[in-house]
Design a protein around this ligand. Structure first.
Ligand SMILES: [Zn+2]
Length: 331
């Protein structure tokens, strides 16, 4: 084995914390399918021991509300999931919540709270301020279907863009320093975001429509708009977004990353695995412990270490550093 062996290079690189994974549904998976965050028990893609073993800088954990839980039932579900996440943070010294830009510099694993679909707000803007106080720092307006704020990607036949409430939310999020995630938005809503947004926005987990033409993936035009805003594009590991089939491989993840690198450069690409949010197998990526397989693939393609660092974590950290609020000075 030589220094230029990609597998060894990947192992060496992961000796120090590096990964900032921009999207996972670990607590939703545990709540609905079982498992324990603090123990590696053979379930799911992520748990705390595996996050620690790999050496993660941060994990974004989503609070996702299914479509079949409208209104107050969905709000209650979202609060329960949030409580589970915050309890895990309180219970484990190795994790801290990322609330302010200074939290990005702390040792240990940062956990960034993300709301996936704003149905728990039930159209009430005041609840956004409550979410901000709790520590949510990223919000996607919809999941796949339309809600009070916008049209989702499964409603592409509809021309529903941002509703008046969605527009108010976007503006308030920019003021509060909450990142706008455009994953899952419908095309008409995306157009409205491109017109209205004044701050950088991003996609936390996506595939490329030019490689795999499904409504959930983003078009080249949308990717250009994200980059133009100063945002980042996080590629996910979901087979249906990578190949359009229910199976994919590390190679398919790399192909999509490489395409964005080709078009925009490595400074706009990131990782948003969607771990614990899908069930189809991605060969060579059975869970977060397999990230070094992707790292090795990037080395094998001749990516410089600086670019690999950007893609695996530095771009995500830099993006949130520009958006997150500073802590209030002590009075
Ligand atoms: Zn999602």
């Amino acid at each position: 084995m030589t220094d230029s062996d990609p597998i060894q290079q990947a192992k060496d690189l992961h000796q120090a914390p590096l990964l900032f994974d921009l999207h996972a549904d670990t607590f939703y998976r545990i709540e609905n399918q079982g498992g324990t965050f603090e123990i590696t028990d053979g379930t799911g893609h992520i748990d705390l021991p595996r996050l620690c073993d790999l050496g993660c800088v941060a994990t974004t954990q989503a609070v996702y509300t299914p479509k079949d839980l409208p209104g107050a039932a969905g709000t209650s579900h979202a609060l329960t999931l949030t409580a589970r996440i915050l309890t895990a943070v309180t219970r484990n010294d190795s994790i801290h919540l990322i609330r302010h830009s200074s939290d990005l510099d702390r040792d240990g694993i940062g956990l960034l709270l993300h709301l996936e679909g704003v149905s728990p707000l039930e159209g009430d803007l005041d609840r956004l301020h409550l979410l901000s106080e709790i520590g949510f720092r990223s919000i996607g307006l919809t999941h796949n279907h339309a809600n009070e704020a916008a049209g989702g990607c499964s409603d592409q036949s509809s021309t529903r863009g941002l509703t008046p409430f969605g527009r108010e939310l976007l503006t308030a999020m920019e003021t509060l320093g909450i990142a706008l995630d455009v994953a899952h938005l419908g095309d008409a809503a995306l157009e409205d975001v491109f017109d209205l947004a004044t701050r950088p926005f991003y996609t936390s987990h996506t595939g490329l429509r030019s490689r795999c033409d499904v409504p959930r993936n983003l078009s080249d035009t949308a990717l250009d708009e994200i980059v133009g805003s100063g945002g980042i594009i996080a590629i996910d590991f979901v087979p249906e977004h990578l190949t359009g089939e229910n199976i994919a491989s590390v190679e398919d993840i790399f192909i999509q990353i490489d395409q964005v690198v080709d078009r925009h450069g490595p400074q706009f690409v990131a990782i948003g695995s969607d771990f614990d949010g899908y069930h189809s197998p991605t060969t060579g990526m059975e869970g977060i412990q397999d990230i070094p397989n992707l790292t090795a693939r990037m080395y094998a393609a001749g990516y410089p270490e600086s670019a690999i660092r950007q893609i695996l974590g530095d771009n995500a950290t830099k993006f949130f550093r520009t958006l997150l609020p500073e802590p209030h000075p002590l009075s």
